[in-house]
Design a protein around this ligand. Structure first.
Ligand code: AMP
Ligand code: MG
Length: 354
């Protein structure tokens, strides 16, 4: 693709919001704008223009069969995108929107095949970030936006991450500072019975079950090994996203056992001449004397861990480590999303100790 000049604008305060008019114009004209949401940065284009959406796939190097999430700025816009809003969606919208919850619903025919990768369903969410909401509102169209990273790289949680991947490939990057949640939205398929959690994210399984008591978690989500002979329920599941360049190994178990195992492994890999990175917690970091240690947060502070996870992956890339030994977390609450990303990054290389 030909190289674009990527403009960067800073929109940190309410007074800066009028600057988004230019970004909205780019979207209306079929261009690409990266913008902050509360989860990660998104790469936005007009969701109703197939040509514009193709630009997203080209800029990211994203496989064309992996559909995009359509972002809206008001609940009423949902009706123009989906053929039916089922009764069980209503309380979810009331409770979780705007916020990190994406719903899969039957699509209206005018949504181009590029956006939904040819599926007859569409993924929709209303983000809870003032910049995202203002941009979508000003653009006057729904905005298709996957994470604003090169396909296969960790999702960006700062504008600097976006630029590292996409400078020269998109028209504009809106810098709104670091994102708060740090992992992507939760994706729930409401076209199935029972409803199916396809991707854990910023809204937890436990919160969702209060509204969708019959909801089941897709077996691919928490699997220790990828289900080889099972057709993925969501196209995105078969891709190993979120991956840093180094090989990741997740070590799960009690704090003491994990610490001991990682120390032993770090020593072994270093003896082989490999550069070792360790994804540690505040409680354990001081125990590691070998390797490049990154503290992702407190062991029980899952919101903090989610917010820092992708930044740590990118730092390990910058440090050019060959292998990353990552401590595991309890897969409850936000921990399910964290462990899903860690296990995917590890290509399901997981060691259980105890
Ligand atoms: P991303 O935009 O990179 O955060 O990824 C969006 C996720 O939602 C991917 O895992 C997609 O496969 C999934 N997704 C989007 N649309 C659909 C759909 N219509 N049906 C099932 N999964 C979807
Ligand atoms: Mg993504």
């Amino acid at each position: 693709m030909s190289k674009l000049e990527t403009r960067v604008i800073h929109v940190a305060r309410r007074e800066d919001l009028p600057a988004l008019e230019e970004a909205a114009e780019i979207i209306r004209a079929g261009g690409l704008v990266a913008f902050p949401t509360e989860t990660v940065y998104g790469l936005g284009a007009n969701a109703l223009a197939g040509e514009a959406v193709r630009g997203i796939f080209a800029a990211k190097g994203r496989p064309a069969d992996n559909p995009l999430i359509v972002h809206i700025a008001g609940e009423e816009e949902l009706e123009s995108l989906v053929s039916q809003v089922p009764a069980r969606a209503k309380p979810l919208l009331a409770h979780f929107w705007p916020g990190p919850l994406t719903l899969i619903l039957p699509k209206q025919p005018h949504i181009p095949a590029e956006t939904t990768a040819g599926l007859d369903t569409v993924a929709v969410r209303m983000p809870a970030h003032p910049v995202a909401l203002a941009l979508i509102h000003m653009a006057g169209v729904p905005v298709a936006a996957p994470s604003a990273n090169l396909s296969g790289r960790p999702s960006p949680t700062t504008a600097q991450h976006v630029l590292a991947d996409l400078a020269g490939r998109v028209d504009m990057v809106i810098d709104g500072g670091p994102t708060a949640v740090g992992v992507e939205s939760t994706v729930v398929d409401l076209t199935r019975e029972p409803p199916l959690l396809l991707r854990p994210g910023g809204v937890t399984r436990e919160e969702l079950r209060e509204f969708l008591p019959t909801m089941v978690v897709d077996p691919g989500v928490a699997a220790l090994t990828p289900p080889l002979d099972v057709r993925p329920s969501s196209p995105g599941m078969k891709y190993s996203h979120y991956a840093p360049r180094a090989q990741v190994v997740v070590v799960e178990g009690s704090r003491e056992a994990v610490e001991a195992k990682i120390k032993e492994m770090a020593l072994g890999y270093q003896a082989q001449g490999l550069r070792v990175g360790i994804l540690a917690t505040r409680e354990t970091a001081a125990a590691y004397k070998k390797g490049k240690v990154q503290v992702v947060g407190g062991r029980e502070e899952l919101a903090e861990v989610a917010a820092n996870l992708y930044t740590c992956f990118r730092r390990f890339d910058d440090l050019r480590v060959d292998i990353i030994l990552a401590e595991g977390f309890a897969a409850v609450g936000l921990g399910l999303a964290i462990m899903n990303r860690l296990r995917k990054a590890a290509g399901h290389r997981i060691i259980r100790v105890d």
